[in-house]
Design a protein around this ligand. Structure first.
Ligand code: FAD
Ligand code: AMP
Length: 479
């Protein structure tokens, strides 16, 4: 094994492995160092996303939604499935099999593309060199023309809710419960808390979510957030806002949770507690003081728009840098950096990165919310259309929610699209394409959408901007 590479990537998550593959496509000699050891004690690629994040959480969300449907919703179709039960061990096994397939797939891709996978820990030191400490074997120093830092993030721990075996857990532990907790507490009503709370609530847990802020999903368009909150509560999630965790005690396998809300100090007892209060970038021991790399004021690695750090030839991508902590953002940054290193032009339109919450109904958005446009002082219009007035949604018995469009008055350009409802994670991609191409609402109004389709709701929302929606009784007057 040579110790000199064109590119050394530290971290094999969706940012790092995509950067490594793309760089080999462009003719570079690449090594990717990753230190992750999975629950079976084996090295595994794919990072948080494939091992304990996007993929396993969606596997459990899909299993539990099917269970929820079988329990009652299928009867409306005339389907009687009798008594339904959930084999939790089988559900977790299915999730583990999926994770194994995904992480194995990443390993296979690296091999097929000629990327050297180095299993162990990497650290950038002065002179753009990388110290590599393998899980087995002696430390070595790698020479690199370019280094990409992609070490991701880890869950924030709260001193008053220290993790404890399988009782007080983070997002990883919440994917491993062997039985359905009767009472489940979730700290933090962010995306991860809501998704994991939904998983166990659908299986019968009494779930209480404590959220310190008084606003629900403050990054989401207000109307969409309100609709999502209403539906999650209806599903049984007891979401308490302005409720700040202050302490926990575990006794006889039961967690006593102390928190404060508008009425003062409160306590509740739960059988399991998930702490989902955000994630922090993994930067400890990643670079030496004299490496030249700097952090920004929030503790992320400081980079410019092109993900370049303060050291020429050293880049940082994904959850360790500014911007949303999303797998697809990490991947696109990895691809961009591989292109730049190879002498090509590349950039990312950070204004067009979609976000999705995979609850039921799903929530998705891209671009600016009405509140953000209002705060900028720009003149804007909005259009809205509800799934309940859409034939495909009615046929599928999935009529919750709506699509909302925000557009610029002067140019008619689409500024943002916000969805709460069925297939929101898929429909949003049409909005991403529209924003990326600078489309006007008229451009989308004039397009032909297949009938019957959920995407027609997006079409009608675009029409509604000018009071032209066809299937609406509350039609706005045209100015
Ligand atoms: P990571 O995926 O964290 O990978 C970093 C890798 O680097 C890890 O393998 C780590 O072990 C390794 N590493 C760290 N330090 C070193 C070192 N010094 N040397 C060698 N290796 C090192 N995002 C979405 O877009 N959609 C979703 O649906 C979604 N769902 C999520 C659900 C959950 C429960 C969680 C926790 C996250 C979810 N995310 C989702 C976020 C997503 O997982 C992250 O944004 C994404 O994984 C970040 O990618 P990354 O490449 O920056 O880092
Ligand atoms: P996110 O960063 O999107 O994953 O969301 C984490 C959520 O946890 C945020 O909405 C925080 O306001 C919330 N949070 C952080 N600390 C506490 C706490 N002590 N009690 C309750 N909620 C908290």
């Amino acid at each position: 094994m040579s110790d000199s590479y064109d590119v050394v990537v530290i971290g094999g998550g969706p940012g790092g492995y995509a950067a490594a593959i793309k760089a080999t496509h462009l003719g570079q000699k690449v090594a990717c160092i990753d230190k992750y050891i999975n629950k079976n004690g084996k090295p595994a690629l794919g990072g948080t996303c494939a091992n304990v994040g996007c993929i396993p959480s969606k596997a459990l969300l899909d299993s539990t939604w099917k269970f929820h449907e079988a329990q009652g919703e299928l009867s409306v179709h005339g389907i009687d499935v009798g008594n339904v039960s959930m084999d939790v061990a089988q559900m977790i096994k299915r999730k583990d099999d999926i994770v194994e397939k995904q992480t194995g797939g990443v390993a296979m891709l690296l091999k097929a593309n000629g990327v050297t996978w180095l299993q162990g820990t990497g650290k950038l030191v002065a002179g753009k060199k990388v110290e590599f400490v393998p899980h087995d074997g002696d430390a070595q120093v790698l020479e690199a023309q370019n280094v990409i830092l992609a070490t991701g993030s880890s869950p924030i721990e709260l001193p008053m809710a220290k993790l404890q075996e399988d009782i007080i857990v983070d997002n990883s532990g919440a994917l491993e419960f062997t039985e359905v907790p009767k009472r489940l507490g979730v700290i933090g009503a962010g995306i991860i808390g809501l998704e994991l709370g939904s998983v166990w609530s659908r299986l019968g847990s009494d779930v209480v979510v404590l959220e310190a802020m008084d606003a629900f999903l403050p990054m989401v368009d207000k109307q969409v957030g309100k609709e999502a909150l209403k539906n999650l509560k209806k599903q049984g999630l007891d979401i308490r806002l302005s409720a700040r965790l202050t302490g926990t005690t575990v006794k006889d396998g039961i967690v006593s949770v102390e928190y404060t809300d508008a009425d003062g100090e409160q306590t509740m007892e739960v059988d399991k507690l998930i702490v989902a209060v955000g994630r922090r970038p993994i930067t400890e021991d990643l670079f030496s003081v004299d490496s030249g790399v700097n952090l920004d004021e929030r503790g992320f690695i400081f980079v410019n728009q092109s993900c370049a750090t303060d050291v020429p030839g050293v880049y940082a991508i994904g959850d360790i840098v500014r911007g949303p902590a999303l797998a697809h953002k990490a991947t696109e940054e990895g691809v961009m950096v591989a292109e730049l290193i190879s002498g090509h032009h590349a950039e990312i339109n950070y204004d067009c990165i979609p976000s999705v919450i995979y609850t039921h109904p799903e929530v998705s958005w891209v671009g600016l919310s009405e509140e953000q446009v209002k705060a900028q002082g720009d003149e804007y219009k909005t259009g809205m259309f509800a799934f309940v007035a859409n034939g495909r949604a009615v046929a599928a018995n999935e009529t919750t929610g709506f699509v909302k469009v925000v557009s610029d008055v002067a140019t008619d350009r689409v500024l943002g699209v916000h969805i709460v409802g069925p297939q929101a994670s898929e429909i949003i991609m049409q909005a991403v394409i529209a924003l990326e191409f600078g489309a006007s609402t008229e451009d989308l109004q004039l397009m032909v959408f297949a009938h019957p389709g959920l995407s027609e709701v997006l079409h009608e929302a675009m029409l509604d901007v000018d009071g032209k929606a066809i299937h609406s009784v509350k039609r706005k007057r045209r100015k």
